[in-house]
Each structure stands twice: as structure tokens, then as C-alpha cells.
Design a protein around this ligand. Sequence first.
Ligand code: ADP
Ligand code: ZN
Length: 528
Amino acid sequence: MMKLIEKAERLLQDLYGYPTFRNGQEQMITQILEGQPSLGIMPTGGGKSLCYQIPALLLDGITLVISPLISLMKDQVDALNQLGIPATYLNSTVDYYEMEQRMREIYSGKIKLVYLAPERLEMESFAQMLQKIPVSLVTVDEAHCISQWGHDFRPSYLSIGTMIQQLPNAPIVSALTATATAQVRQDIQDILQIPVENTVLTSFQRSNLRFSVLHDQDKISFIESYLKRYPKQSGIIYCSTRKEVDALYQHLGECGFSVGRYHAGMTEGQRAQSQEAFSYDRLSVIVATNAFGMGINKHNVRYVLHYNLPKNIENYYQEAGRAGRDGEESECILLYQGQDVRTQRFLIDQSEMNDERKKLESSKLHAMYQYCFTQSCLQNTIIQYFDDPVEEPCGKCHNCLAQMETSLQDFTEEAQKLFSCIRRMKERFGLSMIAKVLKGSKSKRVLDLSFNRLPTYGILRDYTEKEIQLLALTLQAEGYIKTYSSATSSLPLIKLTEKAVQVLKGELNVYLRPLRDSAKPEWQQLRT
Ligand code: ADP
Ligand code: ZN
């Protein structure tokens, strides 16, 4: 008799037309077919869908796929139907009569896969229906939504556990996500009762992506020249707000670029039109908010530019990761501007979230911000954030290239001066105040606090305040100092880490790249 995994492979080739499984798929599918609860953590574009679609075809009963992405369900079901796989979806976009019709099909045993929004599980009538159908597999897509620690928590996901327990014939459970820190991973394992050893983690590394962070660019002219350089290629430009999308879209259109736009303020029809034009290469570039992407299935996106800073690394990696799904070399550029950090911070402060949640969101924002200032490999910085083991530096990101091109300089003395000033100020101040004291500013606040009497007052007077701040931000991104929040201050305060103490003791030297690229006139190079 053919082994199940061989049958799976045959389906992969005959039905989907792919020669081999991708990293992680085979293990996930094997485990599921053996009846083991399984968690798959794979990057966007890694091929998660096949991990439940193929088992669904090989198992006797029905597979339920729980997903929050209502807009995607239709596409997925259409794609399955086109392959001749009987699938349907139940969500709020389906009217009453259609729903009845679909339920009848499900009862009749014709359907293999049923996509569901999690809210449906909370409906009594639906729970009753589930009692009457043979469910073999429950797949929780976007499984990070189950965790309060995740960036996209959905309360209705919490009812999935109960729903599974109430199903009459103990189905196999599988969960899939692209983004899960160690904490989120554990939540998924706990709530869905998936043993740790059944977690399949494929590398988060996307070796065909080249990451860059560019500081203080004239963003519009940067984008214009970038698009001119790559006129025929597909790209996405993400902005934070609809207003920015509209403005940039209009401007680029006026410049004659082949550009579309996408955000939640447009009608469904308009959005579908944009998405389709982009999918079929009738438009090269799409300017969008993060509403765009959930489920775009375009493989030849050559670049993703971020016009604004995303609110966390999860979002950034998911959005940037839409580049290069076909494995070809692609580029991800983030255009950094300090104002964006303030805006994101403001949004967190103003939101309705409780304090704990706000704290979590600020720490995520903080990690995003550190990403913009690190001198380490950008790909590795992201991988580390997801608690994934890091490998060699990627050798192609902005930081890796700079590392090869520029020699490091000894910043030990400057760092010591900065650290001892922070210590003299009792680790109770933020960046701008520290920079003022080191610069020797005569601002009223400095004088009121008598900081002009500190021995560290003015000891970095050869530098501008901005340069001192930049040095501090770089040292922070490299882990010498860190910020913390305090009830007495609305700004993050800065304290030393063990690494800084070692520098102060003379046990550790600090080597950094020159703090500015020569391409950036507004912040001069730090002199050496
Ligand atoms: P994810 O849900 O992980 O973001 P998808 O399941 O949408 O990714 O898969 C991304 C793309 O990769 C899809 O077009 C899919 O058909 C393709 N794909 C999946 N598995 C394979 C494979 N084994 N070989 C080649 N292509 C694959
Ligand atoms: Zn790198």
C-alpha cells in the first residue's frame, strides 16, 4: 500500500503541479496524517496553505479552516474549486439562502474544506451543526491571533479551543502562522494543546531579500528616482495613512508612473480593481496602507518600499516579505524619519488599549526603532526578534554592505563620556537632555538642574546635539544602553546595561561605523 506521504507527494505533483515539497511542508503534512496535533511557523509565502489542503484531501472527513481573513476566503475557495477540490466558506458576506445551500452541501458530504471566520464559532446554531458533520482536521490559520501577546489578537480565537473539545470525533488540530515570537508560540501550543516537539519551524531567513534603512531622505525624490531606475518591475509602497497614500499616488501618477492605490477608504470595487490590475501586471506600482496584502498572491514583486515606519517588526516583516516570493533577488527599503516614531507613539498613547497592552505595543515599536539604528545585519536583527537562531550575516543588506565598505572606528572614548554622563545624571533622563548636557547647552532646564556643574558637562562639545543623539541611538541599538519608562516622565529614560559598564571599566572597546553616510547632507558625519 502506498504510504500516506507518498500519496501526498503525488497530489502535490499531479494536482498542484509542483515537483517537491518546500521546507517544512513535508514534516507538517506527515505529522497531520499521523494524527498528531501540529504547529507550523513558516514565513509569508512559505507555502502554508498546502500544509492543510493536502491532508484535507487525504483524510476521510471534513477539514475546517479558521481564518480571520474574510476577504481572502473567496479567493482561496475559488482557487481550490478550480483545481476541482470541493471547498466552500461561511462568513458574514454570505446571505441566508446561500448559507442554507452551503450547509446542505456540507451535510451531504460533498465538501472537503470549509473556511470559517472565528466569530462563527460563537454562534449556537453553528456549534450544533458541527456536532452533525464528520470533522477530521481543524486548521487554525493566522494562529498568532490566539495570543494576547501577538500583534493581532482576536478574542473570538479563544473559543476555538472549546469548539474543538466539543467536536464529537476528536479531530486532528493544526495551526499555522508566519509570525510568532517565543511567547506567542507557547500560547498557541498551550491553548490548542500542541506538543512542543510537534512544532515545525522553517527558517525565517529570506535570503533573496536585501534590506535597507535609509535615514532622512527626501522621500518623494528618492521614490521617483527609484521607480525610474526600475520602471518595468512590480513594487509596493506602503504608507501609514490613507491620506499619504492618496497624495503619493496622485504625485506619482502625475509624474507618469504606472501606479495604483489601495486602502480601506476605497470602495470594495475600487480595491478589487487595483488589486487585480497589480496582480496581472497592468500596474507596476501600488501605493497602499497595510490593508493591502492580506492574501495578495503575487510572486514577482521586486521591491517593497516603506514610506513610513511600521508599528512593529511583525508588520514590517510581513509587508516587506511580500517581495520576492518567487525566490528572485528583491529589495526592501524602509525610509526612516523621526517624526514617524512620534506619530506611532502618539497613536499608542491615544488608543483605547489598557496600560499593559500599551506597554507591550511601545516595546514592539521600540524594537522597530532599534532596527532603524542598528549597525548589525538587518536580516539577522529581524530573525533574532523572532527568537529564531541566527546564522551568518546576510552579506547583502545595507548594514552588511556598509560593514564591508567602511572601516570601523574606535568610539570607545566618546562612548565612555556618554555613559559616565548618563550615570552622573543618575540614569533619570531621556535622550535629548543627555545630549544637551554633553554638548554644554545653556538651556534653562540644564541650568535649573545644575547640570552645568557636572564634570561631564560639555565634554562632547565638539559634536552637535544631533550627533550626540545619533551616537546614543546607535549605542542603544547595539545594546550598550537601554530605555525604560517611569511614572515621573512621559519620555523614555535611559540607563546603562552591563555592556556599558564594561566599557566604563575599560574592559570593552566600542567600534562603530562612521555614524552618517556621506549621502546624507543634513546630518554631517561624526568627526573622528
Ligand atoms: P503562505 O500561506 O505561507 O503565505 P501560500 O500557501 O500562499 O503561502 O503559498 C505561497 C505560494 O507558494 C503559492 O503560490 C503556492 O502555490 C506556492 N507553493 C506552495 N508550496 C509549493 C511547493 N512545494 N513548490 C512550489 N510552490 C509552492
Ligand atoms: Zn545583512
